[in-house]
Write a protein that binds this ligand. Structure first.
Ligand code: GTP
Ligand code: MG
Length: 197
């Protein structure tokens, strides 16, 4: 699949404000700073579309980007950003869980994890919550440019091993680097398949 057209549509504070149409959402979630916004820019080939920052907590709203007038890419706030106040953190949690569990537009979710890190509790907890609620999702490893190919493969294997303790069937897993454009075709093809369903 190729993306020809990508437009910012709106930012929503709550799910009652998301676009009122029947186009489906493919959404990106993960810890703050993992590279959600960068990945959206890489996939669409538009560097400034989603706001990227070295400071965690940049994306605070549900951002809809309309793709080829056919579906939406959705940039979500990061979870687990320790430096916001507890109440703010709970707001993030609510906006995220409301969207993921209750928004009818939400068609498929990608959970992003930093390929350099050992499986993090907060990600594993989030993934478990998705499983319990039957949310369709896949995992995208980000920042693969920071590791050698061998290290990256090991990191993915380590993740698979941990998830296998809980899951009979593993979710789809894709490797990406927004810096280098790695994984672009695979991710877009995966999205195309999700949209066929
Ligand atoms: P929040 O909106 O704060 O939740 O963060 P985010 O997940 O949207 O992350 P963002 O895309 O803003 O990127 C965070 C930082 O990681 C930025 O400094 C990016 O330049 C960097 N980054 C993102 N993707 C990559 C990547 O593939 N490779 C490298 N080397 N850096 C990356
Ligand atoms: Mg962001």
């Amino acid at each position: 699949m190729q993306i020809r057209k990508a437009l910012f549509r709106c930012s929503s504070e709550r799910i009652t404000q998301v676009p009122n149409d029947d186009l489906r959402d493919i959404a990106f979630i993960g810890r703050s700073n993992v590279g959600k916004s960068s990945l959206i820019n890489m996939l669409t080939g538009r560097p400034g579309l989603a706001k990227v920052s070295g400071t965690p907590g940049k994306t605070r709203l549900i951002n809809h980007f309309r793709i080829d007038d056919a579906w939406y890419l959705v940039d979500l706030p990061g979870y687990g950003y320790a430096r916001t106040s507890k109440s703010l953190r709970q707001d993030f949690a609510k906006i995220i869980t409301d969207y993921v569990l209750r928004c009818e537009k939400m068609h498929y979710l990608f959970v992003l994890v930093d390929i350099r890190l050992e499986p993090q509790k907060i990600d594993l907890r989030f993934i478990e919550m998705l499983g319990e609620n039957g949310v369709p999702f896949g995992i995208i490893f980000t920042k693969a440019d920071k590791l050698s190919a061998t290290q990256a493969r090991r990191s993915v294997e380590r993740y698979k091993a941990i998830l296998s303790e809980q899951w009979e069937e593993l979710p789809p897993m894709l490797v990406s680097s927004s810096e280098r454009g790695t994984g672009r075709e695979d991710i877009l093809d995966h999205i195309a398949k999700c949209l066929e369903v």
